[in-house]
Design a protein. Structure first.
Length: 257
C-alpha cells in the first residue's frame, strides 16, 4: 500500500531512542524528511546520519515554553513547510501517590502534556496550509488507573482529552489529529523494569519478561516498530477519514471500553 508520505515534512519529538527513533526510521523509509527533536544531541546526530532521507537534528528541552515555537521555526526555515507533527516526548515518574512531590507532578506535565500542547499550537497554522496531521503518542495508563502510575496516568488522560479537543477544531481547520496508546513496549525503560523485576524474583531476564507479560494479561511485550508502523498509517493522507481516533496498541492489555 502506498501511504503517500514521500516528500512530506515531519517533526518527531523524543526521537533519540525507543519508540521515537523507530518512528523516525519508519517515516524516513516511507520518504519523509524529518526534524529530529530530543535532548540528546549525540543520539540525534547518530540517527540523522543513518536515515535515508534528509533530516536535521534539533536538540531541545520541550519543558520550556519557548522551545516549541523555536522547533517549529527551525522546521520551516530548513524545509519550508510542515506536514506532520508526531508528539512522542515525555516520561513520568512512577511511585506511590503519597510519596510523589509537587515537583515530579509539575515535571510530568511540563514535558509530555505542555510540550505537546505548545507544539500543536505553534504548528497548527502551518499544518492548516498543508492539510497536515498530528499524532500524539500517549499510553494506556490514561485508560485505566494504577496506584503506581498516578502522574503518568493523569498526564495521559489529559493528553487524550486534548487529542479529542484538537480533532474537533481540526474538522473546521483541515488538520487531522489522532493518538496512539502504546502498552508495554520493549524500550530502555521497560528493560530497566524487567531487570529490577528479575532481581526481585531471582529470575533471568527472559524469564522475568515472560512472567511480567503474563501478569499484565498479555502474551508478549511489543516492539517499537509496531508503534511506528501505526504512526505511518495514521499520518498517511491515504487514510484521511481517520480523525479523532485513539488507538490502543497493547497486545490486548486494555479490556475496558
Amino acid at each position: 500500500m502506498d501511504l503517500k508520505l514521500a516528500g512530506k515534512i515531519a517533526i518527531v519529538t523524543g526521537a533519540s531512542r525507543g519508540i521515537g527513533r523507530a518512528i523516525a526510521e519508519t517515516l524516513s523509509a516511507e520518504g519523509v524528511k524529518i526534524v529530529l527533536a530530543a535532548r540528546s544531541v549525540d543520539l540525534l546526530d547518530s540517527l540523522s546520519s543513518r536515515l535515508p532521507t534528509q533530516s536535521i537534528a534539533y536538540p531541545v528541552d520541550l519543558r520550556y515554553p519557548e522551545s516549541a515555537p523555536a522547533l517549529v521555526s527551525a522546521a520551516l526555515e530548513h524545509f519550508g513547510r510542515l506536514d506532520l507533527l508526531i508528539n512522542n516526548a515525555g516520561a513520568t515518574q512512577r511511585g506511590d501517590f503519597l510519596s510523589l512531590p509537587d515537583e515530579l507532578w509539575a515535571d510530568g506535565f511540563a514535558l509530555k502534556f505542555f510540550g505537546a500542547m505548545r507544539l500543536c499550537r505553534a504548528a497548527w497554522p502551518h499544518l492548516q496550509k498543508t492539510n497536515g496531521s498530528i499524532t500524539n503518542i500517549i499510553g494506556i495508563g490514561g485508560r485505566t488507573g494504577s496506584a503506581e502510575f498516578a502522574i503518568g496516568g493523569t498526564v495521559n488522560a489529559a493528553l487524550m482529552n486534548l487529542t479529542k479537543v484538537l480533532a474537533d477544531r481540526g474538522v473546521k481547520d483541515g488538520v487531522r489529529v489522532n493518538a496512539i496508546n502504546p502498552g508495554s513496549i520493549a524500550t530502555d525503560r521497560l528493560t530497566t523494569r524487567i531487570q529490577k523485576f528479575a532481581a526481585q524474583k531471582g529470575l533471568d531476564e527472559p524469564a522475568a519478561a515472560r512472567l511480567m507479560a503474563q501478569e499484565s494479561g498479555i502474551a508478549r511485550f511489543g516492539d517499537p516498530e509496531e508503534i511506528a508502523r501505526a504512526v505511518a498509517f495514521l499520518a498517511s493522507p491515504a487514510n484521511a477519514y481517520i480523525h479523532g481516533a485513539v488507538l490502543d496498541i497493547d497486545g490486548g492489555q486494555t479490556r475496558t471500553l
